[in-house]
Design a protein around this ligand. Structure first.
Ligand SMILES: Nc1ncnc2c1ncn2[C@@H]1O[C@H](COP(=O)(O)OP(=O)(O)OP(=O)(O)O)[C@@H](O)[C@H]1O
Ligand SMILES: [Mg+2]
Length: 442
């Protein structure tokens, strides 16, 4: 069965949205088919799910390639001379493994370019950034792009280990070393031998633990608790923190020598509020992901919820946005509104959804944000009006507005607008039963 071959038709534009739509139709046809055995149906569904995941991944990659392809990258330009799209595409062309990291914010690209250079070396990397900015993801990116990619990646949350178990957790123990040590046990460092050890929340490591860690970094040897034997370990160190380690050093809570050992390469990840232009894409992406995980239809949103999500400050960064999309998908029925937001972030005096006007969610943090939100809303209204006029035919809309069709598809995806909804509405109108749609948020 020949399903999808992007290289097979040179010059043709692949419509991922179209492909996804076809797959969705096939999935629902198969789900309700009465002529197939249930076992066959399940098997086919599994195959289609896998195919859909692949297509979504490709679509994800393609968005950025498309954005960049308008201006081809010039190889000998320095990053400062390149547009974000060119920089992202250059990374793709160098076969950089993104591990699902997306966005082309210049600060994020700076971090990815540092990661690209650091990955093949064994130099220690310190990643800092606020909670939920993708530090753990970045550690995986560094591992995946290095020569140790097929070796173990061991993650340790330094803040979650009780003081009295720290040494045994990191370095292992010998049978009988302490009450409860019923067997010899390897520690995290030994498990990470030849691979990478990710020391998360390094700022939470108590001072005695810092001394022990420093010793390993200097000698590349560990001793299991209760044993005299020295064991060589070759683990690449990546550490992360959302604390200001220099401040901790000044307060005497973090060792300066350990800081310098860990931060040979230092990467700082931007907060989501520094890359607000990517919020619509993230909403669409995590809306799709949540729908898939919860086995629901993609979420529809009221305009005031969309406006809130575009303007909210996200102190918990990408993780908070992702969690919000899962919460909304889970709690809302067909359409999510700001009443489905957690109470602590919900705007005060929320009017019932039916009488709510667009845009009365959160107050934008700045004039430029207000302008961006207004421009987003205008873009969205333009697309919806256009699709309505052409009965949902994207190619026709592209022709009428003299726009590149793939660019138009990208804008529709960004706003979570589904052309098939407009085709359905047009068909209903022809049949005499038009029903006004709410927005598709993801
Ligand atoms: N650039 C990005 N693109 C896509 N997803 C991202 C990006 N950055 C972070 N995420 C997602 O956001 C969530 C939080 O990321 P991660 O756990 O790596 O953050 P963190 O900085 O380690 O957070 P914390 O400090 O709270 O431990 C994850 O679901 C991750 O996949
Ligand atoms: Mg983390």
């Amino acid at each position: 069965m020949k399903l999808f071959n992007p290289a097979g038709r040179p010059g043709s534009t692949i419509s991922y949205a179209g492909l996804l739509e076809k797959i969705e139709i096939l999935r629902s046809t198969l789900r309700w088919s009465s002529k197939l055995d249930r076992a066959d149906i399940e098997k086919l569904l599994r195959q289609f799910n896998a195919l859909r995941d692949e297509v979504m991944q490709l679509s994800h990659k393609e968005r950025f390639v498309q954005a960049a392809s308008a201006e081809p990258a010039v190889p000998d330009l320095t990053p400062e001379d390149q547009t974000p799209g060119q920089r992202r595409r250059a990374l793709l062309e160098r076969s950089f493994v993104f591990e699902g990291t997306f966005g082309d914010n210049p600060k994020l690209l700076d971090a990815l370019e540092v990661a690209e250079k650091a990955a093949p070396t064994d130099l220690p990397v310190l990643i800092d950034g606020e909670s939920g900015t993708g530090k753990e993801l970045m550690a995986k990116v560094i591992h995946a792009n290095g020569s140790r990619a097929d070796k173990p990646y061991i993650s340790v949350n330094c803040g979650a280990i009780p003081d009295n178990l720290l040494e045994s957790e990191l370095f292992g123990h010998k049978k009988g070393a302490f009450t409860g040590a019923a067997n010899d046990r390897k520690g995290k460092f030994e498990s990470a031998h030849k691979g990478t050890i990710f020391l998360d929340e390094i700022g939470e490591l108590p001072l005695p633990g810092q001394v022990k860690l420093l010793r390993v970094l200097q000698s590349h040897e560990i001793q299991r608790v209760g044993s005299d034997e020295l064991i060589s370990v070759d683990a690449r160190i990546v550490a992360a923190t959302n604390k200001n380690l220099r401040k901790l050093i000044a307060e005497g809570a973090f060792r300066e020598d350990l800081f310098y050992r860990l931060s040979v390469i230092h990467v700082t990840l931007p907060a989501l509020r520094e890359r607000r232009d990517e919020i619509p894409l993230l909403i669409a992406y995590y809306g799709d992901e949540a729908a898939e995980a919860l086995k629901r239809r993609p979420l529809k949103m009221t305009p005031r919820l969309r406006s809130f999500l575009l303007n909210y400050a996200y102190p918990g960064n990408i993780r908070e946005l992702r969690n919000l999309m899962y919460r909304l998908s889970c709690l809302a029925g067909e359409t999510a509104d700001i009443t489905h937001l957690p109470e602590d972030i919900r705007p005060k005096s929320v009017a019932p959804a039916a009488s709510a006007a667009a845009g009365d969610g959160a107050v934008p943090a700045s004039l430029s944000e207000a302008k961006r939100a207004a421009s987003d809303e205008a873009e969205r209204a333009f697309l919806e009006r256009g699709l309505k006029e052409v009965g949902g035919t994207v190619a026709e809309l592209a022709r009428r507005c003299e726009m590149n069709r793939s660019h138009l598809q990208m804008l529709l995806k960004k706003h979570g607008i589904h052309s098939k909804d407009f085709r359905r509405q047009a068909a209903q109108r022809e049949g005499g039963s038009a029903s006004p749609g709410t927005e598709h948020g993801a």
